[in-house]
Design a protein around this ligand. Structure first.
Ligand SMILES: [Zn+2]
Length: 173
């Protein structure tokens, strides 16, 4: 073992803890509260790569509400918590949602306001608040499906989707 790794390990741990702490409020906290509600309604939980993955039960109610101005979501990341409607959805969106986890680690308490601000800016400019959102563009690019305007699935509009359990096109926050 080299001396560099002996020196590096505690610093890595400190950095990792700092990322969790920075992402915690209010993001991971909200995610944990949603997960907690699911405790009594048959939500399922798994800790994977340091991220709590939740699906099913009452946590799905939160997904029905989704994001203001965008609508319901099949999956959503809040800090180090990922919520999805079911296991297959968790598996489908894992790479995408991990990008959002890294974004929460970078932006911390500024992440949700920044994401909403980006959605608002895109809307004002006549673009899609979801697909043109800078945070979503990065997540789609990393997962290998960077939707351009000409190739996007049609989004369900917010008024229609308010009564839909899962959006009719594949999109996740
Ligand atoms: Zn996303």
């Amino acid at each position: 073992m080299s001396s560099a790794s002996l020196v590096g390990a505690p610093a890595d741990t400190t950095l990792r803890l700092a990322r969790y702490a920075w992402a915690f409020f209010p993001n991971t906290l909200i995610g944990l509260l949603v997960a907690l509600v699911g405790l009594f309604t048959r939500s399922r939980y798994a800790l994977r790569d340091g991220v709590l993955e939740v699906h099913g039960g009452a946590s799905n109610w939160f997904l029905k509400i989704g994001i203001p101005g965008i609508g319901p979501m099949p999956a959503m990341t809040l800090g180090h918590v990922v919520i999805a409607v079911d296991q297959a959805t968790l598996d489908r969106w894992r790479v995408h949602e991990r990008v959002h986890v890294r974004q929460f680690e970078a932006w911390g308490p500024l992440m949700l306001p920044a994401m909403l601000a980006s959605a608002l800016c895109q809307s004002i400019q006549g673009r899609d608040p979801y697909y043109d959102n800078l945070f979503e563009r990065e997540a789609y690019a990393v997962e290998g499906s960077p939707y351009e305007a000409s190739t996007r699935p049609r989004r369900t509009n917010v008024a229609d989707s308010a009564t839909t359990v899962v959006p009719t096109v594949e999109q996740a926050a």
